[in-house]
Design a binder for this molecule. Structure first.
Ligand SMILES: C[S@@+](CC[C@H](N)C(=O)[O-])C[C@H]1O[C@@H](n2cnc3c(N)ncnc32)[C@H](O)[C@@H]1O
Length: 237
């Protein structure tokens, strides 16, 4: 076993021993807090969503959290987004954060397979003046995507790692030439470093990362923000 793999194995043991999610540990928590404190703050309704998600849901760390939400907002503002597509609603946190960055006639279309998550999200969106910009489509995202027409200015992929490559390919058809594709969890708590990863999700993310890196039709940066975010701009055709 090489030095890198030994280091990785030690790191997983260490985070497991401390009983914390590896997700929280790619970036040291105090750095993440400092960065959040110096970024645009989450709205009151986003905070309420995050708090109830942590009180009531089994995997609350799935919400992107304040720092990545700030990043999503800045991206939406940078490309002057009017139409946003999200894959993976969960409790509605990131959809609302992006909606808050859109003009009054902007829209977020978000895909979620679980009707209970969609209902949770709607309950909170109704408390925000930006909630009216959001529509959720309940069902398998691949089916929903097949029926959509672009262009979308921001496409945020954050669900169902096994199909990441399929989502990426469809996102390229749907994204505006001036838009951006953002893909979450592309470092997968560091598991992408394991060349012999046994689980299908890690393998799917590794495959996506290879495909994006080799794709000459886009300009991309893989950022170590939270659990890793790919920022992907189509090149002018
Ligand atoms: C990581 S969570 C999304 C978190 C959300 N973007 C946020 O930050 O607030 C992923 C969500 O995708 C949903 N999901 C999983 N597979 C799906 C599929 N095939 N189609 C649509 N949604 C799916 C899950 O039910 C889960 O709620």
């Amino acid at each position: 076993m090489g030095v890198k793999q030994l280091t990785l194995r030690f790191w997983f043991k260490e985070v497991t021993r401390r009983g914390v999610s590896p997700l929280a540990d790619i970036v040291p928590p105090e750095i993440e807090e400092y960065a959040s404190a110096h970024s645009v703050a989450e709205s009151d309704v986003c905070r309420l969503i995050r708090e109830e998600t942590y009180r009531t849901q089994d995997s609350p760390q799935m919400v992107v959290g304040p720092l990545e939400a700030a990043f999503l907002k800045v991206m939406a503002l940078t490309v002057r987004a009017k139409r946003v597509l999200e894959i993976g609603t969960f409790t509605g946190y990131s959809a609302l954060a992006m909606a808050e960055a859109l003009p009054d006639d902007g829209s977020v279309l978000t895909c979620e397979i679980d009707p209970e998550s969609a209902a949770f999200a709607r309950r909170y969106w109704d408390k925000s003046p930006h909630g009216k910009k959001i529509t959720v489509r309940v069902g398998p995202a691949l089916e929903t995507l097949r029926m959509l027409t672009g262009p979308f200015d921001v496409i945020f992929i954050d669900a169902d790692k096994a199909h990441y490559v399929n989502y990426y390919r469809r996102a390229k058809d749907l994204v505006a030439p001036t838009g951006v594709i953002l893909i979450d969890n592309v470092l997968w708590s560091g598991r992408v470093l394991n060349a012999h990863a046994p689980d299908p999700s890690t393998q799917a993310i590794q495959e996506l990362n290879r495909i994006v890196a080799a794709d000459t039709s886009v300009t991309a940066a893989l950022l170590p923000l939270r659990d890793g975010v790919f920022v992907i701009k189509p090149k002018a055709r």
